[in-house]
Write a protein that binds this ligand. Structure first.
Ligand SMILES: [Cu+2]
Length: 303
């Protein structure tokens, strides 16, 4: 009973937090600030880490309150009809079958509600669509089953990102969400993301940054993200892409710009073997290909 009460309190607390649009799930973990991660009994959307998610949360709140208002209105109307027009209180029913003003009203009002939803909805779609004045570009490639991240305007190095298995987790790490090589980005900078796939369709999904984009073989898609503050943002491939679909968690580590430059300097050395030769750089097909020596097939290497 106590457990049930505790869960109920957590449920109500979670609901209240999500209603307030602030599922603030900021936790201090393993020496870094986790901003975007699932939390026990989490309700509603994850806490926002950047401007796109802010816009998504605002839009979600607008639609939520419209739904609440409609539900209350229809519920009250139904209760009133059941009460007022029961057989006892209304023994001889009216034979009315048409009422033109009422019919116009119940057509026009829903149309207006849909327009009120559609305008910010289209605005949000176009806001997410493309980076204006991106500070850097990262190419994200989905593989069965790992991610590859390439930094074309920072020396064109690339690396793979693979999951950490349960037995290798360190205390405080999140099961099924940690990776060996996180994607590092500069906080406060606009990052253009180009996605493509090499085998099947995957999807690059980081909920707290408001990003979800398919990675489709033979096609480059564009989106963008920005983390307003340093922190760790978790995501996953959210397109069922085969038997080892879970092998594709995403960790985005946003760091201060100076730290990012340092990381780039080290990464160019560490991942030097991934940098294509000059002739390959001029060939966009080679850029989209797997990152040579750092790439191995996880399906055959593990389990
Ligand atoms: Cu996938």
């Amino acid at each position: 009973m106590r457990l049930l009460k505790g869960r109920l309190a957590a449920f109500i607390g979670g609901a209240a937090a999500s209603l307030a649009g602030a599922g603030a799930a900021v936790a201090q973990q393993a020496g870094h600030t986790t901003i975007g991660a699932p939390v026990p009994w989490g309700m509603g959307l994850q806490a926002s880490g950047g401007p796109i998610k802010d816009a998504i949360s605002d839009f979600n709140a607008l639609v939520f309150w419209i739904i609440v208002a409609i539900t209350i209105f229809v519920g009250l109307l139904l209760a009133w009809c059941v009460y007022r027009y029961s057989e006892k209180r209304n023994p001889t029913p009216s034979q009315t079958s048409h009422n033109t003003p009422l019919e116009i009203a119940w057509t026009v009002i829903p149309v207006l509600i849909l327009v009120v939803i559609a305008i910010p909805s289209f605005r949000l779609i176009y806001y997410q669509d493309r980076a204006r004045d991106a500070d850097l570009t990262i190419s994200v490639t989905g593989h069965q089953w790992y991610w590859n991240y390439r930094f074309p305007d920072h020396g064109n190095f690339a690396f793979d990102s693979r999951p950490i298995f349960d037995e290798d987790l360190r205390p405080g790490q999140l099961r099924n969400l940690e990776v060996d090589e996180p994607l590092v980005i500069p906080a406060g900078r606009t990052v253009r993301i180009l996605t493509n796939g090499v085998d099947v369709i995957h999807s690059f999904f980081v909920p707290s940054l408001g990003v979800q984009k398919y990675t489709i073989p033979g096609r480059a898609l564009e989106t963008w993200l920005r983390a307003d503050r340093p922190g760790v943002y978790y995501g996953q491939c959210n397109q069922i892409c085969g038997v080892n679909h879970w092998f594709m968690p995403i960790v985005v580590r946003a760091v201060p710009p100076e730290e990012f430059e340092q990381w780039v300097g080290q990464a160019r050395t560490r991942f030097a073997s991934s940098i294509p030769s000059a002739s390959a750089t001029e060939n966009p097909v080679a850029l989209a290909a797997p990152a040579g020596a750092t790439t191995l097939n996880l399906a055959s290497a593990q389990r």
